[in-house]
Write a protein of this length. Structure first.
Length: 597
């Protein structure tokens, strides 16, 4: 019979779970439990900070139940979300809460590490010091005096804060200090610190916990009357608040106190009252616990008959009790929601992993695209750079091409002057020739030169040609006074080939002296360079030319056009050249360059 009763006592919670269809009523606290809110938040995929806050609420419910391992689990889940959002303020707060849960479990090594982590994450000196002091307090568990120093430091910090700030922290610190006082056999200081804790306690739960601790202090020094008085007062308040669970717990505590004072009848009466209250309010598990304590006390007093009567009473009331016990149904629903939460967490984690993988893939694609474009731009830059270099090389090559006829004829002229014993003319010619060659070679690597330098070279060239052709022509140079010849830059030796053409293919075939006119004027946003001669003209010049001369002139013009094309491409210029015969009876050619200013 006895063993059957024990079996039933341990099996009835499972029987109760089979009664889920009989949900006649649920407590308002359970219906609003944080676990249901968390389940909804996960199901609706709310923002991570909302879900993290719900994890905190669930953890707090477990703390109030004394289930610190589960509380830690939910706090760790909240921390994970705050870490992902890089919310350092909440990370520091949660790390401290985790440390407390670990401390209440007796896992002091982990708690020390968590307090240290919280100190590192704290964004102000105040929180940092609180956590550091708690870590040091736990490192000195075997040294109550040192513990009291670190607790007092925290109290000093907390007392510098506004009056209504961190009251929960103050209650906890005073309670810790009272516990250390008790270990040091200083019960008066312990009671004083617990009185201070009561002054700042804000919730009934905090107040009950502090007063129970105070009752324990009195009990430890055999002041049982004070301990019982405090516990009776707590019981009265719990009854006024209609907190059934607190009343049952308090009746069980009072029973122990009465029995310690050898008032066994009062102790048994308290357990009987706790049992009957649990039955009346439909708290099956509390009824079971109270019954076990009651039966154990009956046996101590050798009242086995009363123990069996208590068992029989419980068995008679068990089935309707289970049907009416909303706490069992709520517990089952609670567990069902926990399972649902676990499944939703798995789905959320999977979703987060998929999103993370997609983000990684997107980053890789973006990186690949960027690398492709960078490679393309680099390759394009290299190609353009090579093309530019090739153009500059081609431009230099064209610029450095000297007219072989000019060099050959210049040397012939020198030879002729020497043969005629005209040493003075030969020296004069060589002097002008060397200056021209030196200037041309010095500027051969430059694409542009100043207008003044270019004019100097052109004058040297025209003087040489005059000497060579024995003053067969005269030349004039006209320059716009508004131009700054030193500052203005034009392509190096681009004009010279056209002067050469005017002399060699136009003026030298005249029977009388010819005229070569070089004009440099500013026209709007252009520099106009005009070369005008009164030679035989383009048409007649072509008729008189030998094949070799035609090829030479063609090559000279081609050189000029290619140079203009390359200059326009390299420097985005708009250089133009026009070559036309004169109209009317007057013969000759007009060459017009236009350079942008």
């Amino acid at each position: 019979m006895k063993y059957c009763i024990y079996i039933m006592l341990f099996l009835f919670p499972f029987i109760a779970w089979g009664q889920e269809s009989v949900q006649k009523k649920q407590s308002s606290k359970s219906s609003k439990s944080a676990v249901f809110e968390l389940s909804r938040s996960l199901e609706q995929d709310l923002p991570s900070d909302t879900i993290a806050a719900d994890y905190e609420k669930v953890a707090q419910e477990y703390v109030e139940k004394g289930e610190y391992i589960k509380a830690e689990d939910y706090l760790v889940k909240a921390r994970k979300l705050y870490v992902r959002d890089n919310n350092r303020l909440k990370m520091a707060y949660i790390e401290r809460e985790i440390a407390r849960a670990q401390e209440w479990q007796g896992n002091y090594t982990a708690a020390i590490q968590s307090y240290t982590n919280a100190a590192g994450l704290s964004q102000d000196t105040y929180q940092k010091n609180l956590n550091e002091n708690d870590a040091l307090r736990l490192k000195n568990l075997m040294n109550p005096e040192k513990q009291s120093v670190y607790i007092q430091r925290n109290l000093d910090l907390l007392n510098t804060m506004p009056q209504n700030a961190n009251k929960e922290e103050k209650v906890l610190a005073y309670s810790q200090l009272a516990q250390v006082n008790k270990e040091m056999k200083d019960n008066a200081a312990a009671v004083s610190n617990l009185q201070s804790a009561l002054e700042v306690a804000e919730t009934p739960i905090q107040s009950r916990q502090v007063r129970r601790q105070m009752a324990d202090v009195y009990a430890s020094e055999n002041q049982m009357d004070k301990a019982i008085s405090i516990n009776e007062k707590i019981l009265e308040e719990a009854a006024e608040e209609q907190d059934t669970k607190a009343q049952i717990e308090q009746l069980q505590t009072l029973s122990t106190a009465y029995i310690e004072t050898r008032d066994v009848s009062k102790g048994i009466a308290s357990l009987q009252q706790a049992y009957e209250l649990a039955i009346e309010k439909g708290h099956t598990l509390d009824a079971k616990n109270s019954l076990e304590l009651l039966v154990a006390q009956y046996r101590k007093e050798n009242q086995n008959r009363k123990a069996l009567e208590a068992y029989s009473d419980f068995m008679a009331k068990l089935e309707p009790l289970i049907r009416e016990d909303s706490t069992l149904i709520d517990e089952k629903v609670f567990q069902a929601h926990e399972e649902k939460i676990a499944q939703l967490e798995k789905e959320r984690d999977l979703k987060d992993r998929l999103i993370g993988q997609q983000k990684t893939l997107n980053k890789l694609q973006t990186l690949a695209t960027i690398l492709f474009f960078v490679a393309f731009i680099v390759a394009l830059f290299m190609v353009l750079s090579i093309l530019r270099k090739n153009k500059k090389i081609a431009l230099q090559s064209l610029r450095r091409e000297m007219n072989p006829h000019f060099i050959f004829n210049s040397l012939n002229s020198v030879n002729q002057f020497i043969a005629q014993n005209n040493e003075l003319e030969a020296n004069k010619y060589l002097s002008s020739y060397s200056r021209l060659m030196r200037n041309m070679m010095e500027n051969s690597s430059k694409d542009f030169t100043s207008l003044s330098t270019e004019l100097e070279q052109l004058k040297e060239y025209l003087e040489l040609e005059q000497m060579r052709f024995h003053d067969k022509f005269t030349y004039t140079i006209e320059i716009d006074d508004s131009l700054d010849a030193d500052a203005l830059r034009i392509p190096n030796m681009l004009i010279q080939p056209q002067l050469e053409n005017a002399i060699w293919h136009g003026l030298r075939y005249r029977e009388s002296n010819g005229l070569l006119h070089l004009s440099i004027q500013k026209e709007n946003k252009h520099l106009a360079v005009k070369i005008e001669d009164n030679g035989i003209g383009l048409k007649k010049s072509k008729e008189l030319k030998t094949k070799h001369q035609k090829e030479h002139q063609s090559r000279g013009l081609k050189n000029t056009y290619e140079r203009i094309k390359l200059l326009n491409s390299l420097y985005h210029s708009k250089i133009t050249i026009d070559i036309t015969d004169k109209d009317g009876e007057e013969t000759g050619v007009i060459v017009l360059f236009r350079f942008p200013l």
